[in-house]
Design a protein around this ligand. Structure first.
Ligand code: SF4
Length: 473
């Protein structure tokens, strides 16, 4: 995926195990399969029933855990996390799970998403004497749970979650309980699976396949599920709103072998491509997709249009992770390092280049240039998501509104800037149809805020960048 050079970044991946003697090892493999959701840090907390043990480190899962370190984590329950730092910045302190020890018990927290009122809640807690050990928005949940007066952990959790707004898939563990929760809009994915008698929980179902678990069900919007000595039990902590799963999970972030809300991601992407071909046909010789996340959509476009799909560019898999680069020039160098055109395929051809999204527009411009330099006669750009005109506040780092090219330019202006022969985006209805949802309304099952500006939660001033102006709440 090109996320780190395109400007779209997913925040995190969560994995948990309850009731298996190899909990830490299973979590390690689960996190490995969620690596695409975050490469800046990884960690695992394990419970042996009496105490919690932790290991976390910076970098990829394989870098965070050196040989022998996993063997130190003994117990039957665990939670793990891979992190991409959007809220709170990088550094080991912000790597998750966060672990809080007290004289009576301990609490570990892992989170995917973004809490939009975190700063406000944090100020209140600090005024009441709380001291925070990280700058992560996740830590507020732990403080709210610790301060809650309810005796039962489930009630403490309900009480704490009722104060938080935004997107969250949480995994929380004590010595004798594992709890997972989903925000009332179900913005981020979270599924439950079975591994023999044990339970596993993961941000994406691809992690189940890797560890040999069977998918059981999704965690529902506004649901807390507790695993303890009595098995698994569920409570609704909020009047769940209709589900608003992040559309970009289907378009771009999730692995193609994952199913989200029981819809396979590759199939959804292929259908997006078919839909795009129906909406925006063009005469061309070949269709190619930007690897890896746009290949499924390109195959769908080619199939629907009756134009051959070809490998018009390849990704160099051995380039190290591209760190967030401050200048446009460096970003463009990143593209050059990662992608190469297949000259023998594109030379002398009219090419349809399918990509999943346009954020700042710099990547698309580079790719069009690259294909033309390799001899393509025409490059027609087809995008399998609608124009991104609004920033995301729910854990996807889509930049500020001022940096979003579609927020500030017409399609024709964008086409001109990227020197493409034509440019089209899928419509919102077309995207929903491709995913397999009903037409656009508040029950369509998807968050569409970055395309429409209709955010499913309140957005707080402290989450806004000075350049951003929210048009609806
Ligand atoms: S605003 Fe866009 S990126 Fe953010 S959660 Fe909604 S659909 Fe996903």
């Amino acid at each position: 995926m090109l996320g780190e050079i395109k400007g779209l970044n997913e925040e995190c991946g969560v994995f948990a195990v309850w009731g298996h003697k190899d909990a830490a090892q299973i979590t390690y493999y689960g996190l490995h399969s969620l690596q695409h959701r975050g490469q800046e840090g990884a960690g695992i907390v394990v419970s042996d029933g009496d105490q919690l043990s932790i290991h976390k480190g910076l970098g990829l899962v394989t870098e965070a855990f050196k040989e022998g370190e996993l063997d130190q984590l003994k117990g039957n329950a665990s939670i793990g996390h891979v992190r991409y730092a959007t809220a709170g910045g990088g550094g080991l302190n912000n790597c998750q799970p966060l672990l809080f020890r007290s004289q009576t018990d301990s609490l570990a927290v892992a989170h995917n998403g973004n809490i939009v009122n975190a700063n406000g809640v944090k100020h209140q807690l600090e005024n009441q004497g709380s001291i925070f050990q990280s700058t992560s928005d996740t830590e507020v949940l732990a403080h709210l749970i610790k301060r809650s007066v309810y005796p039962r952990l489930e009630d403490k959790m309900t009480n704490a979650l009722s104060m938080l707004k935004g997107a969250y898939a949480f995994a929380v563990m004590t010595e004798d309980k594992l709890m997972v929760a989903q925000d009332p809009n179900g913005l981020r994915p979270l599924s439950i699976g079975r591994l023999g008698d044990a339970y596993v929980v993961a941000s994406e179902t691809c992690a189940f396949d890797v560890v040999g678990a069977e998918y059981e069900r999704e965690v529902q919007p506004g649901e807390i599920i507790t695993f303890d000595e009595n098995g698994m039990h569920s409570e609704l902590f909020s009047n769940a709103a209709p589900r608003r799963l992040c559309s970009m999970e289907y378009v771009y972030f999730s692995r193609p072998d994952s199913n989200l809300d029981q819809i396979n991601v590759h199939t959804a992407r292929k259908n997006l491509g078919k839909q795009l071909a129906e909406e925006s046909p063009v005469e061309a010789d070949i269709v190619t997709g930007v690897p890896d996340s746009s290949i499924s959509a390109a195959i769908g476009y080619a199939e629907q249009a009756g134009i051959p799909y070809e490998l018009g560019m390849i990704k160099n898999r051995y380039v190290g992770r591209t760190f967030i680069q401050p200048s446009q020039e460096l970003r463009e160098q990143g593209v050059k390092m990662k992608l190469s055109p297949v000259r023998g395929v594109v030379e002398g051809k009219r090419v349809v280049m399918v990509d999943d999204s346009i954020v700042r527009g710099t990547t698309s411009r580079r790719i069009v240039r690259m294909l033309k330099d390799a001899g393509a006669l025409e490059v027609h750009v087809r995008i399998s998501s609608p124009p991104i005109t609004h920033p995301c506040f729910y854990g996807i780092d889509t930049s500020t509104k001022s940096e979003l090219i579609a927020a500030n330019h017409t399609t024709e202006e964008m086409r001109e800037k990227m020197d493409a022969d034509s440019l089209s985006f899928i419509s919102i209805d077309g995207m929903l149809k491709g995913i397999g949802r009903k037409h656009y309304d508040s029950n369509c099952g998807q968050c569409l805020a970055c395309f429409t500006g209709n955010y499913p939660t309140e957005i707080y001033q402290d989450t806004l960048h000075p350049h951003d102006k929210i048009t609806s709440g």
